[in-house]
Design a protein around this ligand. Structure first.
Ligand SMILES: [Zn+2]
Ligand SMILES: [Zn+2]
Length: 166
């Protein structure tokens, strides 16, 4: 028999995001938790619960709420396999919204745009170089006045709203 106190505590710590996600989100850290990460997450320096308590909480919750609220994210691997949206969609409730850079390259075979969204410009430059063979037109070395090449429009879009899962 699952303890009602455990279930109440579990619900105060996490938020369940139903269909089509079936995710569990930490209310404090606002990240998606896989089932197997729950004990590690709630025994960390932010939450300070014992691992034993964490295991008891999740068992209680699965026992009483599991049938009505199934999880689809058992492990971190399930989370990385979650298909990234190719179109913009309504924000996922409760996860913070950031602005980032979205790659503009398209796959010549499928015509689909690259789904890569990266928060920092250095990371995006690296992605474009390594994945799409892009070369920056920025001159290498010290700019010397008249030889400066004006940078072409970069192959990414700015200020794209996005969300992070972890
Ligand atoms: Zn947390
Ligand atoms: Zn790309």
């Amino acid at each position: 028999m699952a303890s009602q106190n455990d279930i109440r505590l579990f619900k105060s710590l996490t938020l369940y995001i139903p269909d089509p996600y079936y995710w569990l989100i930490c209310r404090t850290c606002r990240v998606v938790l896989s089932l197997n990460r729950f004990p590690t997450h709630f025994s960390n320096n932010t939450h300070l619960y014992s691992r034993t308590d964490c295991s008891r909480l999740i068992k209680a919750w699965i026992l009483s709420e599991g049938p009505a609220y199934p999880f689809k994210i058992e492990t971190e691997t399930d989370l990385t396999r979650w298909p990234l949206p190719t179109d913009s969609l309504a924000p996922i409730p409760f996860l913070p919204i950031y602005t980032a850079f979205h790659c503009r390259f398209t796959n010549p075979a499928t015509g689909l745009r690259c789904t890569r969204i990266i928060m920092d410009v250095t990371g995006m430059e690296k992605h474009c170089r390594e994945t799409h063979g892009w070369r920056s037109s920025r001159p290498v070395g010290r700019p010397s006045g008249r030889n400066m090449i004006r940078p072409k429009k970069p192959p990414w879009e700015l200020n794209v709203p996005c969300q992070r899962l972890t």
